[in-house]
Ligand binder design. Structure first.
Ligand SMILES: Nc1ncnc2c1ncn2[C@@H]1O[C@H](COP(=O)(O)OP(=O)(O)OP(=O)(O)O)[C@@H](O)[C@H]1O
Length: 241
């Protein structure tokens, strides 16, 4: 029986008078790769940040790894967070550290058994390992942030637009890594992307956020067999500008 990793019911979130989420329902089971889509400003990042336990919400229930995150003590929250890895939209952190130093730092922090040499090779970081993080290009910063996220071997990986800014090779490398991590560890992945081909190729399920609700939440297979030629066509049909 598949275990529920995330269970969200009737989630509501406003910023002042801007109602962003108005009754969102969502579940992620162990081992699923789920893509969250929707137009700019639809509330995708807001939703992911709530799952990451870094953003407050107004109403509804959010259960992450069997804990209702609204009613947790600080130490319970820490124990949930330990099992989650997150990558936010392109970051400018870690200014004074070199790539290899950063990876070592996080390896120690997570008490990870992953081999740094292996991760440097997997993510093609060899030419960059002695460079300062803040001197890297945007795409390489993104790759380093992703490599760090995998170091903790998380149960749940939450990625906000992980492939934005990556060239086609790096995009492929990242997706192979995600797919491999998912197969090897049974880890669950929830991510946002504006690239509908990625959803079609790599995600088991897709949630479309439209007008603050999960307008569609289904397997990519069901969507494609229901008459859409592609997920891109599905998106363009369902969402108006
Ligand atoms: N901290 C904040 N304070 C006030 N309003 C916010 C805040 N964060 C997001 N918003 C607003 O909430 C809405 C949803 O934003 P969010 O970033 O969640 O959308 P998104 O679907 O991730 O968009 P994009 O595809 O452009 O990244 C937008 O109208 C945005 O302006």
């Amino acid at each position: 029986m598949a275990v529920n990793i995330v269970n969200v019911n009737n989630l509501k979130k406003s910023y002042g008078t801007n109602i962003v989420l108005q009754g969102l329902n969502f579940q992620a089971r162990e081992g699923e790769v789920i893509g969250v889509i929707g137009k700019n400003g639809a509330g995708k990042s807001t939703f992911l940040e709530i799952l990451m336990t870094i953003k407050q919400y107004d109403a509804g229930t959010v259960v992450v790894l069997d804990e209702n995150i609204k009613s947790l003590s600080t130490s319970q929250l820490e124990s949930v967070r330990k099992q989650i890895s997150v990558v936010l939209q392109p970051t400018q952190f870690y200014k004074n550290l070199k790539v290899e130093e950063l990876l070592k730092l996080f390896k120690g922090y997570y008490k990870s058994t992953i081999d740094i040499k292996q991760i440097i090779s997997d993510f093609k970081l060899e030419p960059h390992r002695k460079k300062y993080f803040d001197k890297l290009s945007g795409g390489w910063k993104q790759i380093v942030s992703l490599a760090i996220a995998f170091l903790s071997e998380p149960k749940l990986l939450i990625l906000d637009e992980p492939t934005t800014g990556l060239d086609p090779h790096m995009r492929n490398i990242l997706w192979s890594y995600i797919t491999d991590y998912n197969k090897r560890t049974g880890g669950t992945v929830i991510l946002t992307t504006h690239n509908m081909d990625e959803i079609e190729l790599y995600c088991d399920k897709v949630m479309l956020i439209n007008n603050g609700v999960n307008e569609i939440f289904d397997t990519t297979e069901n969507i494609l067999t229901s008459g859409y030629k592609s997920i891109n066509e599905f998106y363009l049909t369902k969402v108006s500008i």
